[in-house]
Write a protein that binds this ligand. Sequence first.
Ligand code: AP5
Length: 219
Amino acid sequence: MNIILLGPPGAGKGTQARFLEEKYGMLQLATGDMLRAAIRRAEPIGVEAKKIMDQGKLVPDQLMIKMIEVSIEHPACTRGFILDGFPRTVPQAEALDVMLASRHKKLDAVIELSVDEATLIERISGRFICAKCGAGYHDKFMPTKVPGVCDECGNKEFIRRPDDNAEVLKTRLKAFNEQTAPILPYYKGKNLLHIVDGMASMKEVQEKIESILEMAKKS
Ligand code: AP5
């Protein structure tokens, strides 16, 4: 199955994509993670993207479309993929349709995680990741089992994203409302859109998404 997880910053797209990847073996294609990896490797695309991401704005469509076009060729995508962070504009959604059609692939579901703004701010401001393995945590909602020690790899160093602050978050939310939200009617028109209450617990959100995927499998 090929699905899209949509939602504002902090809605839980990455969290749910990792659960689904583990359960269904679909590949998570997270454009934000890809861009951050390009920044760490000082690739030209990373240098161009960093300035834009630090301001909370969107990276140009053509760059993102090319990135996804390369990613969906990954052999692991034959088991299906989860798009996390793409598409984020109507031109990206249209380009995705073209690239899937030319490869005889299709989308099975588009899942929007709906979360109110106060909760998004709380989630974003408490998020941190392991500096070594990238495992994600939250001060309040998902702390490490042993304080200051990564559950996955035992590392003791953690980082917070430079764009995870109140000022940049305002711009990220504006970008979502003005440039990303218009793609919701696009997918509604194709009968692919499912809205999930992203305010529920991580487990409840996961169960809801799984029931949508089970239904999509049968249709
Ligand atoms: P990206 O990395 O995609 O960031 P984002 O969309 O802002 O999303 P986040 O990763 O911040 O949030 P999330 O929904 O994954 O939430 P998470 O699961 O971590 O993009 C970054 C930047 O890259 C963009 O601003 C843009 O510049 C650029 N970019 C990327 N793709 C692009 C594209 N296609 N076009 C143009 N530019 C692009 O959860 C957040 C926290 O909440 C975590 O700590 C988690 O533990 C906690 N949490 C999650 N779910 C729950 C729950 N149900 N209950 C309680 N806590 C929860």
